[in-house]
Structures are given as C-alpha cells and as structure tokens.
Design a protein around this ligand. Structure first.
Ligand SMILES: Cc1ncc(COP(=O)(O)O)c(C=O)c1O
Length: 376
C-alpha cells in the first residue's frame, strides 16, 4: 500500500490514509483563493455524485467545519422547527448522542430504543409513527459504530415517506463504502465526515440535503456557526465558507476522492473492506474469538469481539502489546458487555489484516491467555 511507516489504525477513524492523501495537504492555500474555491466546488460536486444524486435532481451538498458530530448537530439544530417533534431510533451510543443534542437544543423528541445487538424492529417503528402523528422528523444511524450493526435505513425511509416525515440518516461510518439510494430511501439529510470511508483526514463533516426541505429551514437555526441553511447559502453565494475552513483537510479530501474513484468508487471500496472483514472474521475465529453480533446483523465497517473468557485477559495490556507491534485497535463502547472493536476501513488491505491476526495470536501466546476454541 502507498503509505508511510506509522502504526496501522484498525479503528473507526481517524484512519490510516494513503501517502497521496497526506502529501496533498502540504500546501498553504488561502481560503478566498480561486484555486481553493475550485477545490471546494469539485468536492461538493463529487459528494453528490457519490450519493447518486445531483443538483438537477434537487439535492445539495454542504460542508461543515468540525468533526462528524458537528455535522449532525448542524442538521439537528437547524432543520427542526420550534413546533417540530423528532423521533430518534436508537441502538447504540451514536443514536443516544442525537437524542442528547435534541435535549440540549430543547427540541421536542421521542425515542425508540432497541438492544445494541438488534436492528430496529420495523413493525414497532411503524406502529409508533401511526400512533404519534405529530412526529415531524425521524433520525437513525446507518452503521451504528458502537457494534458495527447495519440498520435498515431503506425500510425506515419507506415508513417515513408513507407517513410524510422528514428523514435524517447518520451515515458517518458507512458513506463511501455502502451504497445508499437517497431518493429511493426518501432521505432528506444524510451526514458523514472526511475521515471515514472516503479515507481523508479529520477536519470537517458534510451533509447531502434535499433542497426543497433545506430551503424550508431558513429560520430554524439555534446556533450561528452550525446553521446549515446559512452555510449552504454562503457556499452558494461565492463558493467560500462563512468562517475559516480546514483548507489542508479539504485538499487531502480532494485527493482521497480521486483515490476512491481509482479504486472503482463505492463498489470497489466495498469489495476491499469486505475482503478485510472476511480475513478478520476467519482469523479471529480460528484464534477462538467470538463476534458480538449474529451473522445477519454484521457489517464490514467495524467488528466487535467479546473479550476471551480467560479471567487473566486484560484489555489494556492486550492493546498495548498490539500497539508495540504497530497495530492500533479500538476499545468497546457497549453498555453491558465486555468487547473490543477492530475496524476494517482505511488504507489497509487483507495482508494487513493477516498481519494483525498473527500479532493477536502472538500476544495471546505471550500472555498465556487460554482461548475456548469450541465456542468460537
Ligand atoms: C455513526 C457515527 N456517528 C457519529 C460519529 C461522531 O463523529 P465524530 O467523532 O467525527 O464527531 C461517529 C464517529 O465514529 C460515528 O461512527
């Protein structure tokens, strides 16, 4: 792979990026400079293409400074009017985060909670929408990175379309590697960020928005800096950001987008990540690890593994031993089960996964951790 000698990141982002992406940042461009404005235009157009929509079809792409959370908060705080009612569908920490945002902005909200290892039950969502006709907006996570579970955004979108609800999807950790059909799924706002499956560096998030819906939000913002409508208007009026943009991160992102296209777009990237996941799943199973999710809910972005049963297993020392060998994994975030996570995304391939699995085996042996291979 085209990269330097940094440790490899098996995380949900920031990720290992290509040298081409890193080198693209080694320039100082002015935020009002023509060349920079051209880059921003290119990125905004390419994001729409990636989402399979266009300006002509009624969609806009808006770049928002800050990490993914800022992009989500810009949508939540800008699109729901004072008399709106948000339904948040939750099966992990990122769904909980949206609910917290709604509380902070004093937005009227309801939530439907499902277990972290279950996808939302469509019949329950349908019934809830049927009984609560004052719901105006529905928000859900696509890949709930807490576990890696893939939620049924298309089916939920169909319910929203039938019931006339505005539909918000946090596709932070999936966009660019899972195909999403915004029109067919009735998605009004889709949010992702620079340092996930497009393999850029951290610095901004972006929103793909249905224009007609966006235009209706002109007076809804609850903050100045995260005002989605004003950000869009600013970009449209002169191609510039309202406030200082992350110029270097945007240059890196333009290079990352070119890399994605070279790889064959979403289909090509999905193929590599699937191969990474398959190599990981097979290797870890052979070592005796058990995946947290049942097979039908597993995705190929990030994988959640139970801690070994052996009471001498200590995650921190396991993590450190892998880190010393050049592999950075990710702790778990589950409320009740002890798990750790391994990301399959970023500028890594199957060989990197094989090397990681070998290192995991070496660390287990070195620490004398006993694995129950029957159970896996
Ligand atoms: C599904 C999802 N939503 C939101 C976020 C928050 O993004 P950030 O940490 O960039 O603010 C993440 C981060 O991993 C995520 O996976």
């Amino acid at each position: 792979m085209n990269r330097n000698n940094d440790k490899l990141l098996f995380t949900p982002g920031p990720l290992t990026t290509s040298m081409t992406t890193k080198v693209a940042m080694m320039r100082d461009l002015g935020s009002r400079d023509f060349e920079f404005i051209e880059q921003v235009k290119f990125i905004r157009e390419r994001l729409l293409q990636l989402a399979g929509v266009s300006v002509e079809a009624g969609y806009e792409s808006i770049i928002m400074q800050g990490s993914g959370t800022f992009g989500i908060e810009s949508v939540i705080s800008s699109v729901i009017p004072d008399d709106g009612h948000l339904l948040v569908i939750i099966n992990g920490v990122y769904g909980e985060r949206i609910s917290r945002m709604a509380s902070i902005h004093r937005i009227h909200q309801s939530s439907l909670r499902f277990a972290e290892n279950e996808v939302p039950d469509i019949a329950v969502v349908k019934e809830f929408l049927h009984e609560n006709t004052d719901i105006t907006h529905v928000a859900v996570i696509h890949c709930e990175t807490t576990t890696g579970i893939i939620n049924p955004i298309h089916e939920i979108g169909q319910l929203c379309a039938e019931a006339g609800k505005v539909y918000i999807v946090d596709a932070m950790s999936s966009f660019g590697a899972y195909p999403v059909d915004l029109q067919a799924s009735g998605i009004h706002y889709l949010i992702s960020s620079s340092n996930k499956c497009i393999e850029g560096v951290p610095g901004f998030s972006f929103v793909i928005a249905q224009r007609e819906q966006l235009v209706s939000c002109e007076y809804n913002a609850r903050t100045l800096s995260l005002d989605l409508f004003a950000q869009w208007k600013g970009l449209e009026s002169n191609g510039q950001f309202r406030f200082t943009p992350p110029t270097h991160a945007l240059l890196a992102f333009a290079a990352a987008l070119a890399g994605l296209e070279l790889e064959g777009g979403v289909a090509g990237r999905a193929k590599r990540y699937q191969e990474n996941y398959q190599a990981l799943a097979a290797g870890m199973k052979e070592l005796g690890f058990r995946e947290y999710l049942v097979p039908e809910h597993r995705g190929y972005i990030i994988t959640c593994f139970h801690y070994p049963e052996d009471p001498s297993f200590d995650f921190v020392s396991f993590y450190e031993a892998l880190n010393e060998r050049g592999f950075v994994i990710y702790p778990g975030k589950l409320s009740e089960v002890n798990c750790f996570r391994i990301g399959n995304i970023g500028h890594i391939n199957r060989q990197d996964i094989h090397n990681l699995v070998r290192a995991v085996g070496d660390v287990l042996a070195e620490k004398g951790i006993l694995m129950d291979k029957q159970e896996a």
